[in-house]
Unconditional design. Structure first.
Length: 363
């Protein structure tokens, strides 16, 4: 590391995920969480007391003006991300924003433009990209050691009861931006794309099977990746035995990861195809293990900010997984039509928002 600077970090939004950010900053020796803001000053003060943060504010703009942070950690629901990011960029701060980075591609485009115009970085938190196992598998795939990837299955089968959707901003296109595809499935979709690269087409459908929600509680999709991989994707908020799973079949092996909200080496497996057992000795996971988490993601982003280098692969490509999700919604709005990156780039409706018809099968 070439810089001897200590990053002054500020956090906005004190919901559950903010705790992961606070712990990640505390674990990094060259950053300090100097301030926190929340619409509820009382909540901000309570959070500040919990993590020994010097200042608490009930207004983001006031915090930016008073504290001049180097980096702002945005832990709020998706709707205000654009305005909060642009305010941070205008104040000269980098932005690390929780997923989904924005409720629309147009708003994410504005955030990316704001970052470039201010000479700051925009990093999106998809912590499931992190960990030594994911890095190892990605390296094997990119090197061709496993042969060409052919087919994949991506499952986000989670359970969210009626109380989850009773929160006023949830389950509504206007305030949450989308349903379980955007809020939950995007994690595994992002990890899948992190491993397989850019996509070339998407077909999707949205379903309402049981929950009282305006958006979908289940979605199904087929994603084709540029390198020729066909992936089947299912996302659910109605599945009692929860799992987050990816399977990739290559010419030489099957890769699987099965977990729920985070993974380590024990969650991954590489099974050789018949005839390739001898090669499997070279596919062994490294002895040193780091689990997926916010801590390694923020560490690597902070290193990049201090060195003035590009963002790490664990936090780059801010629009790729959101584009895939947008493609699923756009396809559903067109009765399952094929959506390509070119179509999505000039889409008349689904760059501005993801509201789409949902097939209601409730009884």
């Amino acid at each position: 590391m070439t810089s001897d600077k200590t990053l002054r970090a500020a956090l906005v939004g004190t919901g559950a995920v903010a705790n992961s950010h606070a712990r990640a900053v505390a674990a990094y020796p060259r950053a300090e969480l100097v301030a926190v803001a929340d619409l509820s000053l009382e909540k901000a003060q309570e959070f500040a007391g919990r993590y020994d943060i010097a200042a608490a504010y009930g207004d983001l703009e006031e915090m930016l003006a008073a504290e001049h942070p180097d980096v702002v950690l945005i832990c709020t629901p998706p709707a205000p991300h654009r305005a909060q990011s642009l305010a941070a960029f205008a104040a000269g701060a980098h932005v690390i924003v929780e997923k989904p980075p924005a409720p629309s591609l147009d708003e994410l485009d504005e955030m990316r433009t704001g970052a470039v115009a201010s000479g700051r970085q925009l990093a999106v938190v998809f912590q499931q990209r992190t960990g030594t196992a994911a890095a190892h598998v990605r390296g094997l795939l990119q090197s061709g050691a496993l042969g060409r990837p052919l087919v994949a299955v991506c499952q986000t089968l989670w359970f969210r009861g009626a109380g989850y959707f009773a929160v006023p901003w949830r389950g509504k296109w206007e305030t949450e931006g989308g349903g379980t595809t955007l809020g939950h499935g995007i994690h595994q979709i992002d990890l899948l794309a992190h491993l397989l690269g850019d996509w070339s087409s998407v077909q999707g459908r949205l379903w309402r099977l049981d929950r009282e929600t305006e958006t979908e509680d289940v979605s199904t999709a087929t994603i084709v990746f540029e390198q020729g991989v066909v992936a089947q994707v299912i996302t659910s908020a109605v599945s009692p035995r929860e799992t987050s799973s990816i399977r990739i079949d290559t010419q030489k092996a099957t890769i699987t990861v099965d977990h729920v909200y985070g993974h380590g080496h024990e969650n991954w497996r590489i099974t050789p195809a018949p005839g390739f057992e001898a090669e499997a000795e070279g596919w062994t996971f490294p002895d040193a293990e780091e689990r997926s988490d916010h801590e390694p993601l923020l560490r690597d982003v902070f290193d990049a900010l201090l060195d003035g280098g590009p963002l790490p692969s664990t936090a780059d490509a801010p629009s790729r997984s959101l584009e895939i999700v947008a493609g699923i919604y756009a396809s559903a709005a067109a009765d399952g039509a094929v959506i390509t990156p070119e179509l999505l780039a000039a889409h008349p409706t689904h760059r501005a928002g993801f509201a789409s018809p949902v097939t209601d099968l409730r009884r």
